[in-house]
Design a protein around this ligand. Structure first.
Ligand SMILES: Cc1cc2nc3c(=O)[nH]c(=O)nc-3n(C[C@H](O)[C@H](O)[C@H](O)COP(=O)(O)OP(=O)(O)OC[C@H]3O[C@@H](n4cnc5c(N)ncnc54)[C@H](O)[C@@H]3O)c2cc1C
Length: 306
């Protein structure tokens, strides 16, 4: 066990867009801020997205462009960066935060911006086929499936966005979804206009087929139970996200795992705040995540000034 360290007044956990915005703004408000990022990659869920949508500014940005700009800005604002996963937050008379290297910190306030992870299908051989047909990144891996048939599982924004990316290079994209598309209208209009995209409705991927790599998927219709096989070399599951909230006490979370806050992003422990995709009632796009980060920074600054 290393000796105790307490160099941060405010700890921001998570270097996605919400955490980067929160850290920068809290530092600009004159607080000593330490930002913890555990994956080695800043930007979170959008870090690997080639072209980010729904930014209220003209121009084209990749997730990496955005993360680099936000990280640069945070550094300029004197945010201290610690590249470590935070494994535990303890709520006691003083807050205790422990990272994966067993270092402990006692910040006066914490902003949790740990976001969410893509939900896995939870079916046999998913891990075995990850990197051998199963991928969670259309931008990074789409090129491997040039002129081939691929399946996208899911019907929300991320799934349709991935299908649009894949449709540019793959021969055929088959979207398998359990209900109607829940993506934004703009995405639905674009995907409807693609001639190489087909849909299998009311269905879910039940089984992965293949020997050394993926050669197809077995799909089950949820309404009448009929099964059919689709030949494909790629499968991109985008069936929702799971909040990364395992580091906090159950008392701060609801059954879904999301962290509950008030309108100022404070949890039931007034020193601890939560923003972005880990928060219950988060709306789902990155501008909102950044705005929540700024809102929590303001609330933290008020708390520490009292
Ligand atoms: C494929 C895809 C495409 C998308 N495209 C768009 C788009 O074009 N436009 C748009 O507006 N939205 C888009 N979104 C939604 C957007 O990505 C999210 O709403 C946004 O990323 C949420 O930001 P966040 O910072 O709250 O969480 P995240 O992006 O999940 O970031 C959380 C960060 O915290 C880190 N972390 C987690 N746990 C710990 C821990 N214990 N210790 C330290 N670090 C930790 C993670 O490594 C990660 O870097 C997309 C989502 C997906 C999945």
């Amino acid at each position: 066990m290393r000796p105790l360290k307490n160099t941060c007044q405010v700890a921001v956990i998570g270097g996605g867009v919400a955490g980067l915005a929160a850290a920068r703004h809290t530092a600009r408000l004159g607080k000593l801020v330490t930002l913890f990022e555990g994956s080695g990659l800043f930007g979170g869920l959008v870090a690997t997205v080639g072209e980010v949508d729904f930014l209220p500014v003209p121009g084209t940005f990749s997730g990496q462009d955005l993360a680099t700009a936000l990280l640069g800005d945070a550094r300029m604002a004197a945010v201290q960066i610690v590249e470590a996963h935070v494994s535990k937050i303890e709520l006691g008379p003083s807050l205790t935060l422990t990272d994966a290297e067993h270092r402990t910190y006692h910040p006066e306030s914490i902003i949790i911006a740990t976001g969410a992870s893509l939900r896995s299908l939870g079916i046999a051989r998913e891990v075995e086929f990850t990197g051998r047909g199963v991928s969670h990144c259309a931008t990074c891996d789409g090129g491997f499936f040039r002129a081939q048939d691929v399946v996208v599982a899911g019907g929300g924004d991320a799934a349709v966005h991935a299908a649009l990316v894949l449709a540019k290079t793959s021969r055929r994209v088959i979207i398998v979804c359990r209900s109607k598309l829940k993506a934004k209208r703009d995405y639905i209009e674009k995907i409807a206009a693609r001639e190489n995209v087909d849909f299998i409705w009311d269905s879910e991927v039940e089984e992965l087929l293949g020997e050394d790599g993926l050669s197809g998927v077995r799909v089950r219709n949820a309404k009448h139970g009929a099964r059919s096989d689709i030949d494909c070399t790629g499968l991109f599951p985008f069936i929702g996200v799971v909040p990364n909230s395992g580091l906090v006490a159950n008392s701060l979370r609801v059954a879904s795992g999301c962290i509950q806050t008030d309108a100022d992003f404070a949890t039931s422990d007034r020193r601890v705040f939560a923003v972005g995709a880990v928060r219950l009632a988060y709306g789902g796009n990155l501008i909102q995540a950044m705005a929540e980060g700024v809102g929590a920074a303001e609330a933290v600054a008020r708390l520490l000034s009292n």
